[in-house]
Design a binder for this molecule. Sequence first.
Ligand code: PLP
Length: 391
Amino acid sequence: MNINTNYQNISDSYLFSTIAKKVNEFAQKNPDKKIIKLGIGDVTLPLCKVVVESLKKASDEMGVKETFRGYGPEQGYEFLKSQIKEYYASHKVGLEADEIFISDGAKSDLGNILDLFSQDNTVLVPDPVYPVYVDTNTMAGRKIIYIDANADNNFLPLPDDSVKADIVYLCSPNNPTGAVYDKEQLKKWVDYANKNGAVILFDSAYECFITDSSLPRSIYEIEGAKTCAIEFCSLSKMAGFTGTRCGWTVVPKALADGVLNKMWLRRQTTKFNGVPYIIQRGAEAVFTSEGQKEIQENLNYYKENAKIISDVLKKHNIWHIGGKHSPYIWLKCPNNMSSWEFFDYLLENIQIVGTPGSGFGKNGEGYFRLTSFGSRENTIEAVERLDKFLD
Ligand code: PLP
């Protein structure tokens, strides 16, 4: 056999292992010091009550002959797809149920979708970026070009007509920067894609953090998007499903005359056997009015944490974006420190752990990501330490 040598081109991801190593070393040398982690990209609040009840009820059904379910439809049960359809309708996006495909989360589908595209496509990726887009394309041997996201464009790069790309990744609200495209900006990308015959892979995993109704939560709020975009969404951050696993992908039938929708169905029915019935029942509960109310309480909790962090940065005139419509706060390291210098500085002096921006791409150098997924108590304590230290 010959191995896929493209794997040799993936850069080893040392980011989180280096963070863990530095934190462990510090903790061993300073056992009396309390370290607060504001770097976590995972949710910390538990699943809401209606979801848990629904999961339990579905588990009971599975133990009774009359209600037991075996293989389900690979693309998801109608009961969940119709809830998601309604969810889109609530922000004025009309979809058909067979344009929605239930998945075990956005990460798998973001990688799997590449089965549909030829290897000779050129991929355009904003830098800094969620590393999965780069690694999955590198594994497939595709050419990747980068577009700079930086302070000059508020980390929201716009298309450049002189750049030719076939597959474009956009993530809004963005990980790691928390920046959110407005409708006018997204329209520019949609026009670029339609004009160039490109496809936009739109990652909306954090759309639930958007509260300003003028900002788009789905790319399909933009006229023309159905002929050029595939959207990936997830219940991970929306409803705490990071360990439960459920999301969805929208492949509109207007895209490439329905070819991609048919190909994705074929791909999923061939390589995937669906999300467990029990999990889909849990996901269904998220979209009930009680579920929406309960998840909103959790989202508000994270958003309040983000505000607490943002307020202290404002007080000390530290440039930052994000936090308002995102769990991420992206700040410029003070005194022109590099990302890792600032990491060490915070750990050594006030025992706060964040994520060095340089781990997300070259434009992340000199920046730092904090998240609002910690507990309120820890967030307040971290902010008090920052406040004193930055004085
Ligand atoms: N997309 C982005 C931008 C993310 O940050 C994450 C997770 O952190 C994902 C997708 C993965 O989501 P899921 O848990 O649904 O696989």
